[in-house]
Ligand binder design. Structure first.
Ligand code: SF4
Length: 235
């Protein structure tokens, strides 16, 4: 597994659990608002952390941490994801995966093999505008397939959308809510406009005020089961 980062402690990334976060390196999307370009753009990659080091850490924290969040980049692009998660499971951890949902077959394997206890998927846009927001051409039906898989999996899950004032209309959010009908949980998150953002041209965009954002989130969120937050902002 290409591991680009390890956050050793988190109270917000796995709802209700004390966790650590493993960041995999590489992503098949290029979302304009991405806040982890060092995990997405090859020229910005840092040296990877050896798996051995990560597993030594996980073994040393078995008593203190309940969960491991596998985030990215995009974890499902890695062919050794199943064996990697299997090794984490064998240590007794709960596993949450953060995904962009572009590879439903990988997700299906993880669900069938009971390797994940929580799935968080970003919904970038209504399907008709998905490729534009994701910055890549791909089969957008994969997104619908992943959504349906997750909703019908019986696994705790959360969908979330990063909103940018000039790029999102109410109608977009209505369409997204249609797309995820039956979901257990959904929330919005504000784009973070600072120098780390992948597409610097967004820095000139207007931000939602707190009131505007809270109002939108109240209208569109789904709170079926209790969660402590929306997880990592912009992944
Ligand atoms: S926001 Fe997520 S899916 Fe989009 S480029 Fe960044 S890591 Fe990839």
């Amino acid at each position: 597994m290409r591991i680009g980062g390890l956050q050793k402690f988190s109270l917000i990334d796995y709802p209700g659990k004390v966790s650590c976060v493993i960041f995999t390196q590489g992503c098949n999307f290029r979302c304009c608002y991405c806040h982890n370009p060092e995990l997405v753009v090859a020229e910005k990659f840092c040296p990877t952390i050896p798996e051995k080091e990560v597993f030594e850490f996980l073994r040393s924290r078995q008593k203190y941490l309940q969960g491991v969040v596998v985030s990215g980049g995009e974890a499902t692009i890695h062919v050794d994801l199943v064996s990697f998660l299997n090794r984490i499971k064998q240590l007794g951890y709960l596993i949450k995966i953060d995904t962009n949902g572009s590879l439903p077959n990988q997700l299906k394997s993880l669900i069938q093999l009971k390797l994940v206890n929580y799935i968080a998927m970003d919904i970038k846009a209504p399907l008709v505008r998905y490729q534009k927001l994701a910055g890549q051409s791909f089969d957008v039906q994969n997104i619908k397939e992943s959504i349906d898989l997750i909703i019908n999996s019986g696994i705790k899950h959360q969908f979330r959308t990063t909103i940018i004032k000039d790029l999102f209309l109410d109608d977009d959010l209505c369409q997204i809510r249609q797309l995820i009908q039956g979901a257990g949980s959904y929330c919005l998150q504000k784009v973070r406009l600072d120098e780390k953002i992948l597409d610097k041209s967004l820095l000139s965009q207007q931000q939602f005020s707190d009131d505007e954002f809270n109002n939108l989130n109240q209208r569109f969120q789904i709170r079926e089961f209790q969660s402590t937050g929306c997880g990592r902002a912009n992944e």
